[in-house]
Design a protein around this ligand. Structure first.
Ligand SMILES: NC(=O)c1ccc[n+]([C@@H]2O[C@H](COP(=O)([O-])OP(=O)(O)OC[C@H]3O[C@@H](n4cnc5c(N)ncnc54)[C@H](O)[C@@H]3O)[C@@H](O)[C@H]2O)c1
Length: 326
């Protein structure tokens, strides 16, 4: 019998790509998602639309803040991938309480569910933002100076701590994955590449915070999905009570001004820049050391920025999200 995976946040950007892969591999998949209105839920429905009616896919619209609803979820699951979250840094400054409720309370409800149901392995979608102001680059998982700079980042670090605690106290097997700025088709519309691209196609100026020297380690969504699948294979083989952490990044750091130039090339459009002050709570630079993920997970990111942006541009030009949403 193929494994049965419960994927929270499976209607979202990364989650829906993972669903594509798990179904292609023959797994049974149950998605839990509340179609949070943080961005248009129609886009999330469009993400899953190609699999509507699939015999190995079930969808349950449950809010993880509602433990009673979660505990009524029917089915027996082997593995959990927890990707549901209020995502995004800047919006977390406007709603810190909402972020903690979804990301911290939601995570503890799900860990409790995993403990009660005897789940074999739990993979948690964490974030590079937990490093925040950590001064030693590239960032390594064992760096003790984690310095989250905003409410979103603190909620992700709290999630990691809860994962470790549930492993140590209750014998769960858990892998936490720190994703570094993920991009590709279906990217969240609030993320810079997607937001900039739409403005550029509409001949509107793009808001650029700071002088363009901030930098990110952009990671293609297909590489992230490969890393999550490798973590799923590993987590089941861990001894009970173990919690491991891995960076999933491309391990190449790209300045914002270079990203904009690459996006101009991918879209064949000129970017008009509206220069704004650097935002409080933003990180200056992110950069993943992926040595541990290479060794233990066989993680080998294969898609460079230019190739990934070309795929993103194709998706955008095809109007894929909107068309499927209609
Ligand atoms: N995209 C990135 O660059 C990035 C980077 C680091 C970490 N992450 C993490 O990866 C995960 C997926 O991110 P994404 O970019 O695909 O975001 P996304 O917003 O597209 O997906 C998250 C999904 O979770 C659902 N959700 C939110 N709150 C929920 C709740 N209370 N109950 C049930 N479902 C809920 C949303 O409806 C959405 O479909 C998140 O945990 C995010 O923090 C993403």
């Amino acid at each position: 019998m193929e494994p049965h995976a419960l994927v929270t946040g499976g209607a979202g950007f990364i989650g829906s790509h993972l669903i594509d892969q798990l179904l292609a591999e023959g797994a049974r998949v149950t998605v839990v998602d509340n179609f949070d209105p943080h961005y248009d839920p129609a886009l999330k429905r469009a993400n899953l639309a190609p699999h509507r009616g699939h015999p190995r896919l079930a969808l349950h619209e449950i809010d993880l803040r509602d433990a009673a609803a979660l505990n009524r979820l029917p089915g027996e699951f082997d593995l959990i991938v927890h990707l549901a979250a209020r995502a995004g840094v800047r919006t977390s400054l406007a709603d810190p309480v909402g972020y903690q409720a979804a990301n911290v309370m939601g995570t503890v409800h799900l860990l409790e569910f995993a403990r009660r149901r005897g789940i074999r392995g739990f993979v948690f979608g964490s974030s590079s933002s937990v490093y925040g102001g950590c001064p030693r680059l590239p960032w390594r998982e064992d760096d003790p100076d984690l310095t989250p700079l905003n409410p979103y980042a603190s909620s992700k670090l709290a999630g990691e701590h809860l994962c470790r605690i549930y492993a140590e106290l209750f014998g769960l097997r858990v892998v936490s994955l720190r994703f570094f700025t993920v991009f590709g088709p279906r990217q969240r519309p609030d993320l810079a590449i997607h937001k900039f691209a739409r403005l550029m196609l509409d001949d509107q100026p793009i808001p650029v915070y700071g002088d363009g020297s901030t930098a990110r380690d952009y990671t293609y969504v297909g590489d992230i999905v490969a890393g999550v699948c490798a973590a799923l294979r590993r987590v089941e083989r861990l001894p009970a009570g173990h919690h491991e952490i891995y960076n999933l990044g491309n391990s190449r750091t790209v300045r914002l001004d270079a990203l904009i130039a690459a996006l101009e090339a991918a879209l064949r459009r000129h970017a008009m820049i509206e220069r704004l002050p650097e935002q409080p709570g933003d990180m200056h630079r992110t950069w993943a050391d992926i040595g541990r993920a290479r060794r233990q997970l066989g993680f080998a990111p294969a898609t460079d920025l230019e190739t990934g942006l070309a795929r993103f541009a194709d998706w955008l030009h095809a109007g894929a999200g909107e068309a499927a949403a209609r």
